[in-house]
Design a protein around this ligand. Structure first.
Ligand code: GDP
Ligand code: ZN
Length: 299
């Protein structure tokens, strides 16, 4: 039986759709007891089933309710972390996304939407400084408004030729941005599957929308808060380059910067070279990681 290559463009539970270069995608069920396919996977299809999944360049994760690592999509070039002033990002949200991206091996780009809500650029900048710590986190950012198509010019340039994934709190304007970037797109946000014992079950669908031959956006609804899995504590430093600079000089090689003697990060805070609030944010994130990460010692 001959097989052909395809890209997975939607996944929901054990079902998926693959793009086979024709107008209508092919809907397939996944075989039981096989590795689950992810949106963005390159696969080979034969006889109406997925035969093989090509090796993944990376996998984007989030934590499920139990703090376990849950794969969302594969082969992502860029994670667009969308935030806005209304609703404002919750504390440490941007840092958690940046850490999740680092552990998922996906480049982050902070997209600040609803720029039209600011009266002027100064007002925007002071909000940015007070709310996001974006300069300390060291992630690239740009400001856009889904209501003003011209403002999305640099975002379009950044995503051209790449597969990007939209992430962020609900209400920040991810769907609006998707529609601004791909007019006429019909967003399938949720799909209700058949009754499962205790009434209806809502499954979220992760969907890849091609913008052109080489550019695509992935939308994954149903993200409330972005929780981290048991990321190694030293990985948390990915969102704290301002602290990481000192960590080589700590007395202990495995210093977690949580109050150990001879901690060079603490000393930098004491010398006022780093804000106390930054060390506190770092410690808050480490302490709220699923417990496993703290038990596991590096081998
Ligand atoms: P999502 O939950 O992240 O997909 O957010 P939506 O796209 O549904 O947008 C949430 C709300 O914010 C809606 O009422 C939008 O009309 C509004 N919104 C989205 N983008 C913008 C923007 O650029 N400026 C303003 N002022 N409102 C926006
Ligand atoms: Zn230390």
């Amino acid at each position: 039986m001959s097989s052909f290559p395809a890209r997975v463009i939607a996944t929901s539970g054990s079902r998926c759709s693959v793009d086979v270069g024709e107008e209508q995608p092919l809907r397939l069920s996944q075989r039981r007891n096989r590795q689950a396919v992810l949106c963005g996977d390159r696969v080979s299809v034969a006889g109406g089933v997925i035969e093989a999944i090509a090796p993944r360049r990376n996998t984007f994760y989030r934590a499920d309710r139990d703090g376990d690592k849950q794969p969302i999509a594969a082969n992502i070039d860029l994670a667009l972390i969308v935030i806005s002033s209304e609703p404002a990002p919750t504390r440490d949200l941007i840092a958690r996304y940046v850490i999740g991206c680092a552990d998922s091996n996906v480049e982050p780009l902070l997209v600040i939407n609803k720029s039209d809500l600011f009266s002027d650029y100064e007002a925007f900048l002071s909000w940015l400084r007070e709310t996001t710590a974006v300069h300390e986190i060291g992630v690239q950012w740009l400001a856009v408004s889904a209501y003003q198509p011209a403002s999305t010019h640099s975002l379009r340039e950044r995503i051209e030729g790449r597969v990007s994934m939209l992430v962020g709190m609900s209400g920040v304007g991810k769907s609006s941005l998707m529609m601004a970037l791909k007019p006429g797109v019909r967003l399938t946000t949720q799909e209700v599957s058949s009754a499962h014992g205790k009434g209806k079950h809502t499954t979220s669908v992760t969907t890849l929308y091609p913008l052109n031959e080489t550019t695509a956006l992935i939308d994954s609804p149903g993200v409330w808060e972005y929780g981290l899995w048991s990321v190694p504590p030293e990985r948390v430093l990915a969102a704290f380059p301002d602290l990481a600079r000192y960590s080589d000089q700590c007395k202990f090689n495995d210093c977690k910067h949580l109050g150990e003697p001879g901690c060079a990060v603490r000393a930098a805070v004491d010398r006022d070279e780093v804000a106390q609030a930054r060390l506190e944010a770092f410690q808050r994130i480490v302490r709220t990681l699923p417990a496993k990460a703290l038990w596991e010692r590096r081998s």
